[in-house]
Design a protein around this ligand. Sequence first.
Ligand code: ADE
Length: 418
Amino acid sequence: MKFDIRDIKLANKGKLRIEWAKEQMPVLNLIKKEFQKNKPLKNIRISCCLHVTTETANLAQTLKAGGADVVLCASNPLSTQDDVAASLVKDCGIPVFAINGEDNKTYYKHIKSALDHRPAITMDDGADLVSAVHSERTELLKDIIGGSEETTTGIIRLRSLEKKGLLRFPMIAVNDADTKHLFDNRYGTGQSTIDGIIRATNILLAGCNFVVSGYGWCGRGVAAKAKGMGANVIVTEIDPLKALEAVMDGFSVMSGLDAARKADVFVSVTGDISVIDERHFKVMKDGVIICNSGHFNVEIDIKALEKLSKKKRKIKDFVEEYTLKDGRRINLLGEGRLINLAAAEGHPACVMDMSFANQALCAEFMVKNSSKLDKKVYKVPEKIDRRISRLKLTSMGVKIDTLTQEQKKYLASWEMGT
Ligand code: ADE
């Protein structure tokens, strides 16, 4: 078996941590049991490009239990948990190509290795596999029945391919399932971003000016959690509707430049490029902390920061201090890569449970419906989304009501008023 990981000797530590996460993933565990019995993915080759974490390990094991032949590479050079990679290889026989801190060349070499598996299904977090298949590995297209995408940024890339008429196989937008983005993006990114900032810096959030750029589901989560810890939260937006929501959710909303002047901490969660750039660096306070929690490391213009700086030094893990020519210092966290996975452990297993339940059930759906799917970006079937919310509630011991016959009739009628 081919693989490329840091150190196989880390496997024991990884195995225990994977088990720890499993405890918080009851929905995925249930699907795993079903998969073990029915083998819906029998002999299906799946290449996954996901963050190599304890939660992903549980997904990979679920797919394997369903009969799939799975390989895994990293979807970010800094998010790999090396002990998890080791355990997947040693204890589960799943090939992994991922090493924490790998350079860009190795990162793309690992993507290539995952594609050498000749997948029938691709599973992406950020669309790097799909992008490579469409540009450099078109010979693989004939074997691919479909793919799924985990994150907002990846779906933006897929929609661009679809709009330009270039998408060559069906894709399912897992991110857009309600049981994904309403929980993973909001509560998962919210909590883990704060966790990453605190682990990297140990700053007190109470009383600090905490700027969040972007008020999508991730931005909302980060803003809400920072507010909960007593920060004075400022939101910047380009979408008037989202800006209005942020105002009515009780946040100060202002331009990025005005926010940059006030920020003690500045987090970008937009999915776009150069959100924090030269204009902002020029007005920031001495000692400001800047970081990114969007998928790619493009949100902070690090090249511009380097150009403006006369000195750079590593203060501690995940903190680099840039001294500008005028003497002000800007602290960049986690090389501008997503701070929740670089400096912390990513989203907690409890929310990844629903995200990865979607991934597993969508893989099954693609196999069952491969002949009916076109080269389009599909929503997660409503039935899957609903089922996951019900299973999650049951696992939490939460009971809900059902409509009475009278209520059903009322909701279906137009005749009845008061
Ligand atoms: N994305 C964000 N958090 C994650 C996690 N814990 N595992 C896999 N992917 C993630």
